[in-house]
Design a binder for this molecule. Structure first.
Ligand code: GLA
Length: 339
């Protein structure tokens, strides 16, 4: 029987003995992609709706409308929710770090705002969001420094990391607390992430997992590099999750502006399927330590990669076509679960 004629199995059901299958969603895609979401995914992450600037746009104002809609959607359909994200250098309003006249806030003022934000947000979703990316992207990409130079680091100091995890644990002792980052398999950055998490653990800081964002490409990073990163992080005794998986069809340094083709051709779909097979066979092998794999989107008609790194250049990084039909990559991922 060819693939098109087979009934389409539920991805999260075929993976239910392995790990959760998640998708990044937004207030629009829970409507436009509802049937794919409810059939195939057991977890959601808010693409933007739980970021600081979205939830807390002004010092004295919160807006929970869209985040609530996502959490309600998940509950109606028996899905889990990953919270993303509490402490990050992007999409965080300037009032956190400076007064309205532009002068910098003190360390104690920044920490008081963070504590109030985390108490309000984590408190609201207590028992409804099972895991939080407490800190996102704090480690440097450059080999000559450990931590990224951010306002959090400059204005609070290195202990902003331990303080954030301690506050999170105090506010919701049952939530699983993650450190999340990209380029997480790059050997130099991998070691910096490893050292940072190891140092937090050695001081008894409550950190339960590492999120590997997983913004990959057809050929990069190599499988062995991903495996080495999983091994290295797992050796710390924490849980791992792939939190933002997608497989771009463009090479890492391809910044070309011309859109070469308007549809993903069969050859590209097959190459991508092989890549997804390689990835999921690896993930399956580590299912004892890997508790979730979240894709950064649902289907190819709604992906951030259409605007990154080149605005308006079509990409096809996910398991379903623009018309919401399972791609060859979907079928190999399904086959991988039962191999
Ligand atoms: C990072 C963030 C995500 C998202 C992606 C791009 O990986 O963690 O929240 O912004 O970039 O969409």
């Amino acid at each position: 029987m060819d693939r098109e004629a087979k009934p389409v199995p539920s991805l999260c059901q075929v993976y239910q003995d392995h790990f959760l299958i998640g998708a990044a969603v937004n207030a629009r895609t829970i409507l436009t992609h509802e049937s794919l979401l409810t059939q195939h995914f057991s977890s959601i992450t808010a693409e933007n709706e739980m970021k600081f600037e979205e939830l807390h746009p002004a010092l004295d104002r919160y807006d929970f409308q869209r985040a609530d809609a996502l959490v309600n959607f998940a509950e109606q359909h028996g899905m889990k929710v990953r919270g993303h994200t509490l402490v990050w250098h992007n999409q965080t309003p300037s009032f956190v770090f400076s007064h309205s006249d532009g002068t910098a806030r003190t360390r104690e003022q920044v920490l008081a705002i963070l504590r109030e934000h985390m108490t309000t947000v984590m408190g609201r979703y207590k028992g409804r969001v099972y895991a939080w990316d407490v800190v996102n992207e704090a480690v440097s990409d450059a080999d000559d420094r450990e931590l990224r130079d951010t306002p959090w680091l400059r204005q609070v100091g290195e202990d902003y990391l331990s303080l954030a995890f301690e506050m999170a644990h105090e506010i919701d002792p049952n939530a699983q607390l993650f450190y999340n980052d990209y380029n997480e398999t790059h050997p130099g950055k991998r070691e910096r992430i490893y050292r940072m998490v190891k140092s937090l653990l050695s001081r008894g800081v409550p950190i339960h997992g590492i999120g590997l964002q997983g913004h990959y490409r057809l050929g990069q990073p190599p499988r062995d590099e991903i495996r080495d990163a999983i091994e290295r992080y797992a050796s710390l005794g924490v849980k791992l999750q792939v939190t933002e998986l997608d497989v771009s069809t463009y090479a890492w340094n391809d910044q070309s502006r011309e859109v070469q083709v308007q549809v993903q051709d069969a050859r590209s779909q097959e190459r991508q399927a092989q890549r997804y097979e390689e990835l999921f066979s690896l993930f399956r092998a580590y299912k004892d330590v890997l508790t979730g794999v979240t894709l950064w989107g649902i289907a190819d008609d709604a992906t951030w990669l259409d605007n990154f790194p080149v605005r308006g250049r079509k990409d096809w990084p996910l398991l379903f076509t623009e018309d919401h039909v399972p791609k060859p990559a979907f079928w190999v991922v399904v086959d991988e679960a039962t191999r």
